[in-house]
Design a binder for this molecule. Structure first.
Ligand SMILES: Cc1cc2nc3c(=O)[nH]c(=O)nc-3n(C[C@H](O)[C@H](O)[C@H](O)COP(=O)(O)O)c2cc1C
Length: 228
């Protein structure tokens, strides 16, 4: 039997790259310098070629069964941006009520930059296309994880372009779906604020503002059974 043919390398020749120490250092620097950003420089723009690189980065994400369940909607209409900002404001108030004794502390946090960021994108989980490979036991979770991979790619690529990105999940998905005229079965999962920032936070803003401290890696890694 002849050996099975190898897949044709990608036309742009990216199939077999050897990364050197400098490449690795850059990647780790981006990973560690990425932050969820909520402060943006107003009145800025993201150059079209940069935006296109970012969208391509998102679209290069892995996905279950190559399902690619992400859709990215770029918000250009100022009235639509304002509508989204109002949905976020409403959910911020509802969250404050639900938080009870931490309500005032929460309201003092900046939790989004919808009105001032240069670019506003909404990431949408597409209607289920019936992909079965890898999804028989956890269909929605695996689609959602795939869409999150695309968002993380975008986040990291934005940081490498020296642009900030903030993932905003404070919204009612049904109302946002109506605003964006999403089809049945589609769900907005992230409002993504993107653009130049005055400065990147040195640590997660929730840590800097004493909302919560991140836990060390050692508490998250275990061998053979659940840690603890
Ligand atoms: C799924 C998801 C939803 C999030 N939603 C919000 C949000 O609505 N508002 C906000 O201020 N930050 C939001 N964040 C950002 C987190 O607060 C942030 O990632 C975390 O505090 C760690 O900070 P870092 O991303 O700078 O490391 C979200 C992050 C993720 C992954």
């Amino acid at each position: 039997m002849p050996p099975p043919e190898l897949p044709t390398p990608a036309p742009d020749g990216v199939a077999d790259i050897h990364f050197d120490a400098q490449d690795r250092a850059s990647l780790y620097r981006v990973l560690h310098a990425r932050r969820d950003m909520r402060h943006f420089l107003p009145g800025q723009a993201v150059p079209p070629q940069v935006l296109s690189r970012l969208l391509q980065a998102a679209h290069s994400a892995p996905s279950v069964g190559l399902m690619q369940p992400w859709r990215l909607i770029r918000i250009e209409d100022p009235a639509l941006r304002e509508g989204i900002a109002r949905l976020v404001d409403a959910e911020r108030q509802a969250t404050a009520v639900a938080l009870q004794e931490r309500s005032a502390e929460f309201l003092a946090l900046k939790v989004e930059g919808v009105r001032e960021c240069a670019e506003l994108l909404v990431a949408v989980l597409a209607p289920d296309d019936g992909t079965l490979f890898g999804r028989r036991t956890m269909p929605r979770d695996m689609a959602l994880c795939s869409a999150a991979c695309a968002i993380q790619n975008l986040w990291l690529a934005a940081r490498a372009e020296n642009l900030g990105m903030g993932w905003v999940s404070l919204f009612d998905p049904v109302q946002l779906g109506q605003l964006l005229q999403l089809p049945a079965g589609a769900q907005a999962i992230a409002v993504l604020c993107l653009g130049p920032v005055p400065a990147f936070y040195a640590r997660p803003m929730l840590e800097l503002q004493d909302w919560r401290q991140g836990r060390p890696l050692a508490e998250m890694v275990a061998t053979d059974r659940w840690p603890g």
